[in-house]
Design a protein around this ligand. Structure first.
Ligand code: ADP
Length: 667
C-alpha cells in the first residue's frame, strides 16, 4: 500500500511541472523586458528634455533679436521725428553696440537711403558701405521697403545682416541696419548649463554651420534636435546635439538589481532542483529498501513478530501467519493470552514474558511449544531482541520464531542412525577383540586346567602335608576361572543389543568395567596401563555404553600409536578429574584423559583427524574418532587432543556433571 503511494508520487502529471516552468520563463521575460523598457524610457525622456531645452534657447534667441529690433526701431523713430540730433543718435547707436557684444555694425538711413549715423568711425572702409554691400548683394534688399536679412561668411566668421524699415502709415521714413556676430550671439544668448550638455550650432539653409558653441565637447549624435529660426527672407536653423551618450544598460541601478535578482532566482532554482533530485534519490533508495525488506520478509521461512512494551502484537510476517494458520488481521493488535498459546504452557509463556520485560534475553534463544489454529502443538525456537526507535528508546521486542518440528524429527532420525552406527562399531570392535579374547582366555583356562590337574594329583597322594598346597591350587583355579568369566561378561555386556538409555552413573564404576578389556588389549602390546582417578567424583548423566565405547576407542588408538616405540616408553595413562565447566560458569565437568607416548599426530593427519573414514592404518575404518566426538557432543561435552610434552598424544573429553539434571527429570 505504502509502495503504491510512493510510486504514484514519483510520476506527477505534466501540469504541476509545466506551471512553474512557464511562470519562471514569464518572470525571466519580464526581467529582460524591464531594463530594456527602462532604457527606452530614459532615452525618450532625454530626447524630450533636449527638445524642451532647444525650444527654450530658440525663444531666448528670438527674444534677444526682437529686443534689438525694438530698441533700434525706437532710435529710428526718434530720427524720423526730427527732435533728436544726429550726434545724439550716433552716440546712442555707439552705446547700444557697445552694450550688446553680438552687434557688429549699426547704421541709420534716411528716406533716400543716405547714411545718417553709424557706430563705425569713418576713415576705415566705410562700414555703412559694407552693410549696404552686404544687403544689396542679396536680391531681397533691393526692395528697401521690406524687412530683410542675409548671412555673409568671411574668414569663417558668419555675420547676420538685418534691415528694419520704419513707416508712418504707408509712408517710408527711415531704416536701421544691423550686423550680428552669430558666434557672439550664441555665446551670449545660450545659457551655460545648456552649453555644458549640448553642442549648439546655427545652420544655414544648406545645413552649413554658421556658428557653434560646444563648451563640453562635440555632441554624440544620439539626441539631436533642429529648430527653424524665422528671419525676414531668410531661414536659419538652430541645431542642438547632446553630449550625452545612450544610457548604459548595466549602469542602471534597476538593471543591476534585476540582473542580481535573476542570478538569485537561477541559483535558487538550481538549488531547488538539486534538493528535489536528492529527495527523489533518497525516496528511490527508501522505496528500494522497502521493497527489498518486503521481499525479504515474504521469502523468509522464519516467522517474525513485533510486540510493544505491553506485549501487544504490532507486526507479523507472512511466514509467522502460515506457521500458525492464523491470518495477520486476527493477530495484529492482540494482547496476551495469544490465540497460538497452548493452554498447558500459559504459565511458562507468562513467566517468560515477565522475564523479557525485566530485560533478561537469552541470546541463544529458547524452545517452547505453540499451538496451530487447528489445535496441533509444535516445537518452536524463539530469539528475542529489543526494538529501539530513532531516539534510542526501547519501544518493544522483535522476535524470530523457527518451527523446529522438522528439525526435531531429523534429530531423532539422526540419533537413531547414530545408535545403529555405534552398534556396528561395537560389533566391529568386538570382532577385533574376539581373536585376542580367544588368546587371552587360553591362558586362564590353561592355568585352570593345570591347577586342577595339580589338585587331583595332590588328592591322589592324599596326606596331611599337602593340604595347604591343595587349598592354594584351588584358590588360584577359582581366581583364573573368575577372570575368564569376567572377560566373557564384559565382552557380552559390550556387544549386547541395547536401546540408548541415559542414567546417572559413576565414572569409576564405568572405568572398572572396561579395565579388563583395556588390560586385554594392552597386555598383548606389552603396554603398561596406569589409572589416576580422583576419589568422590560426582555422578554423570548419560549413556554408559556410549562412554565405554569412547574410552575403548581412545585406548585402542593410544595402544596402536605405541606399536613401534621402545618397550620402556610403552606407557598409557588414564586420568579422571573434576574441573570447572569451560562453557557454563558455576558448573562442573568431568575431565577424562587418555595419554600415550606414541608416534603423535602429524599436521597433515591433524587436518582430517575427525573426518569420517579417515585412517592412516592399513586395516583402519577411520570412524572411531568421528563416532567418539559425536557421542561426547551428544552428552554436552567436547572431545579434544593435544601433543603430550613427554611425546605422544593426549586425548581428553569432558562430561558436564550438573547441566543434565533437568533432562533427568524429564526422562
Ligand atoms: P582408525 O583407528 O580406524 O584409523 P580413528 O578415527 O580412530 O580410525 O583414527 C583416525 C586416525 O587418527 C588414525 O588412523 C590415526 O592416524 C590417528 N590417531 C588416532 N588416535 C591417535 C593417537 N592416540 N596417536 C596418534 N594418532 C592417532
Amino acid at each position: 500500500m505504502k509502495i503504491k503511494t510512493l510510486s504514484s508520487q514519483r510520476f506527477p502529471t505534466t501540469l504541476p511541472w509545466m506551471l512553474p516552468i512557464v511562470l519562471v520563463l514569464l518572470f525571466v521575460a519580464v526581467l529582460i523586458w524591464l531594463p530594456w523598457q527602462a532604457q527606452r524610457m530614459e532615452t525618450n525622456e532625454r530626447q524630450e528634455q533636449l527638445i524642451a531645452d532647444t525650444l527654450w534657447v530658440e525663444q531666448a534667441l528670438q527674444f534677444q533679436l526682437n529686443r534689438h529690433q525694438e530698441s533700434l526701431s525706437n532710435i529710428a523713430e526718434d530720427f524720423a521725428s526730427g527732435k533728436v540730433s544726429v550726434e545724439v543718435l550716433k552716440a546712442r547707436l555707439n552705446l547700444y553696440a557697445t552694450n550688446n557684444h553680438e552687434i557688429g555694425e549699426l547704421a541709420l538711413w534716411d528716406v533716400r537711403d543716405k547714411l545718417v549715423a553709424s557706430n563705425i568711425e569713418s576713415g576705415t572702409k566705410s562700414p555703412p558701405n559694407s552693410l549696404i554691400e552686404a544687403l544689396q548683394s542679396n536680391a531681397n534688399f533691393t526692395q528697401k521697403l521690406h524687412k530683410a536679412s542675409c548671412v555673409k561668411s568671411q574668414q569663417q566668421v558668419a555675420t547676420l545682416y538685418c534691415r528694419f524699415p520704419l513707416f508712418r502709415d504707408t509712408t517710408y521714413l527711415t531704416s536701421v541696419t544691423v550686423s550680428y556676430r552669430l558666434q557672439t550671439l550664441l555665446d551670449e544668448t545660450v545659457p551655460w548649463w545648456f552649453a555644458q550638455e549640448n553642442e549648439i550650432s546655427l545652420l544655414d539653409q544648406d545645413e552649413k554651420i554658421l556658428a557653434k558653441r560646444a563648451a563640453a565637447g562635440a555632441g554624440k549624435n544620439v539626441y539631436t534636435h533642429n529648430r527653424a529660426l524665422d528671419f525676414p527672407q531668410l531661414s536659419l536653423s538652430l541645431h542642438t546635439n547632446s553630449t550625452k551618450a545612450e544610457p548604459k544598460l548595466l549602469s542602471n541601478l534597476l538593471v543591476v538589481s534585476v540582473v542580481l535578482l535573476s542570478l538569485g532566482l537561477v541559483w535558487s532554482l538550481i538549488a531547488l532542483w538539486r534538493d528535489i533530485n536528492r529527495r527523489l534519490q533518497a525516496e528511490g533508495a527508501l522505496r528500494k529498501e522497502a521493497m527489498f525488506r518486503a521481499a525479504m520478509e515474504n521469502s523468509l521461512i522464519t516467522g517474525l513478530r513485533a510486540r510493544d512494551m505491553e506485549g501487544r502484537l504490532t507486526y507479523v510476517n507472512p511466514s509467522f501467519c502460515k506457521m500458525l494458520g492464523f491470518p495477520a488481521e486476527e493477530l495484529i493488535g492482540k494482547l496476551p493470552p495469544m490465540p497460538y498459546w497452548a493452554p498447558e504452557e500459559i504459565t511458562e509463556y507468562e513467566n517468560r514474558f515477565a522475564q523479557i520485560l525485566t530485560g533478561t534475553v537469552q541470546p541463544e534463544g529458547f524452545e517452547t511449544i505453540y499451538q496451530r489454529a487447528n489445535g496441533e502443538r509444535f516445537p518452536v525456537l524463539i530469539y528475542e531482541s529489543p526494538l529501539v526507535d530513532e531516539n534510542g528508546k526501547q519501544t518493544g521486542w522483535m522476535s524470530s520464531i523457527l518451527d523446529v518440528s522438522e528439525l526435531k524429527r531429523a534429530q531423532e532420525l539422526s540419533r537413531q542412525q547414530e545408535e545403529k552406527l555405534h552398534q556396528n562399531a561395537r560389533l566391529a570392535t568386538m570382532g577385533e577383540m574376539a581373536s585376542m579374547l580367544a588368546h587371552e582366555l587360553n591362558q586362564p583356562l590353561a592355568a585352570i586346567s593345570s591347577y586342577a590337574t595339580g589338585a587331583l594329583n595332590i588328592l591322589k597322594q592324599s596326606d596331611q602335608v599337602n593340604t595347604l598346597s591343595l587349598t592354594d591350587a584351588l584358590e588360584k583355579t577359582t581366581q583364573q576361572a573368575q577372570r575368564a568369566a569376567q572377560v566373557i561378561r564384559s565382552v557380552h555386556q559390550f556387544v549386547k543389543k541395547r536401546e540408548a538409555s541415559r542414567a546417572l552413573f559413576h565414572i569409576q564404576t564405568l572405568l572398572q568395567s572396561v579395565m579388563p578389556l583395556i588390560a586385554l588389549q594392552a597386555q598383548s602390546a606389552h603396554i603398561h596401563v596406569q589409572y589416576q582417578i580422583d576419589p568422590d567424583l560426582p555422578e554423570v548423566f548419560g549413556d554408559q555404553v556410549l562412554i565405554e565405547q569412547v574410552i575403548l576407542n581412545l585406548t585402542r588408538n593410544a595402544i596402536e600409536a605405541m606399536h613401534d616405540v621402545a618397550y620402556a616408553k610403552r606407557q598409557m595413562q588414564i586420568h579422571a578429574h573434576l574441573i570447572a565447566d569451560p562453557h557454563l560458569p558455576h558448573s562442573r565437568s568431568l575431565l577424562v584423559q587418555v595419554i600415550d607416548q606414541g608416534h603423535g599426530i602429524a599436521p597433515e593427519v591433524a587436518e582430517q583427524l575427525f573426518s569420517p573414514f579417515f585412517s592412516t592404518k592399513a586395516a583402519g575404518m577411520g570412524m572411531g574418532l568421528n563416532i567418539c566426538r559425536t557421542a561426547i557432543e551428544f552428552h554436552g561435552g567436547s572431545l579434544k587432543y593435544r601433543a603430550n610434552p613427554a611425546g605422544g598424544t593426549v586425548f581428553e573429553f569432558t562430561l558436564p556433571c550438573d547441566a543434565h539434571k533437568d533432562d533427568l527429570h524429564k526422562e
